[in-house]
Design a protein around this ligand. Structure first.
Ligand SMILES: [Fe+2]
Length: 246
C-alpha cells in the first residue's frame, strides 16, 4: 500500500492539485480551510479521494462559525479570510468539516497509525515539537506504531525506539522557508518527505481577486513566495509573539 500523507492545505487547491502521486490511501491531517482562496476545491478533493481525515483547529473554527479578531500575524489573516470560507462552502461541505473526528486510528498492512492535527493530548491546538522522547512514550501508551501530526507546518520524520512521528508539512502554506508544497509518502514501511513546486502566482492571483484588504493580500503573497510569514526570514508559530490564531 502506498499512503499519501497531507496536512494544512489551507484552501490552496493550486498547491494540492500539483501533488501528482499515485496512492492507495490518503491521510489528511486537518486544516483544510482558512487563509487561501479555494476552500470548496480543497474539500471536494478530500471528499472525492475518500481521505482518512481529521479535524484541524481551522476546520473546527470554520465549521462552527467562530469569528476571530486580530490585528497581526496569522490571527489577522484568519479574521479576514474566515468569512470568505463561510460564503464559499455549501451546507454539505460545512457538515463534512463538522463531522471530521479529532483523532483517527487506521491500520494499514499491519501498521497502526494515529492521525491527529495537533497532539494526542490536545488534538486541535497543541504543537508537537520539542521533546520527542515524551511523545514516544505517549505513542507507546496508545498502542500505535506511527503518530501522524500536522499544525506546525514544519515537515519532519523522527524515529525513536521503533516508534515513528511524522509531520508531512503544509501543502498550502509552508512555514519552513521552502515555499514548495510539502507532503509525505509511506510505502513498504518507508517514509519519504517530499516537496513539489506549483504555480504560486496562480494561487496569489486567485487570492488577489477576492474581496480582501490589501494587507491580507500582501501577507498571503509573502507567505506563498517565501514560505514564511515575514520577508526577512523570521517566522513564528501561531501563539508565540504574534497573536494567537484560532
Ligand atoms: Fe495550519
Amino acid at each position: 500500500m502506498r499512503i499519501l500523507v497531507i496536512s494544512d492545505i489551507h484552501s490552496n487547491s493550486v498547491a494540492l492539485e500539483a501533488i501528482r502521486e499515485p496512492f492507495d490511501i490518503c491521510f489528511c491531517l486537518g486544516d483544510l480551510v482558512d487563509y487561501g482562496p479555494d476552500p470548496a476545491g480543497c474539500l471536494n478533493w478530500v471528499m472525492r479521494n475518500k481521505c482518512e481525515a481529521v479535524r484541524g483547529n481551522h476546520d473546527h473554527g470554520t465549521a462552527h462559525f467562530v469569528a476571530v479578531n486580530g490585528e497581526r500575524g496569522f490571527r489577522y489573516l484568519t479574521s479576514v479570510t474566515r468569512p470568505l470560507q463561510w460564503s464559499a462552502l455549501d451546507a454539505s461541505q460545512r457538515q463534512f468539516l463538522t463531522r471530521l473526528p479529532a483523532t483517527r486510528r487506521v491500520d494499514v498492512d499491519g501498521v497502526r497509525y494515529l492521525l491527529v492535527h495537533g497532539t494526542p493530548r490536545d488534538p486541535l491546538d497543541e504543537y508537537l515539537r520539542g521533546d520527542f522522547t515524551e511523545w514516544s512514550r505517549q505513542i507507546r501508551n496508545q498502542d500505535v506504531d506511527v503518530l501522524c501530526v500536522g499544525h506546525s507546518h514544519i515537515q519532519f520524520h523522527r524515529e525513536t525506539d521503533g516508534l515513528r512521528i511524522l509531520n508531512p508539512g503544509s501543502v498550502g502554506l509552508p512555514r519552513d522557508g521552502d515555499p514548495r508544497a510539502a507532503y509525505a509518502i509511506i510505502e513498504d514501511g518507508k517514509v519519504q518527505l517530499k516537496r513539489v513546486e506549483y504555480d504560486v502566482e496562480r494561487a496569489i492571483a486567485l487570492n488577489d481577486a477576492l474581496n480582501l484588504p490589501d494587507k491580507a493580500k500582501q501577507m498571503y503573497r509573502t507567505c506563498l513566495t517565501t514560505g514564511r510569514i515575514r520577508p526577512n526570514g523570521e517566522d513564528l508559530f501561531e501563539g508565540e509573539t504574534v497573536e494567537r490564531s484560532a
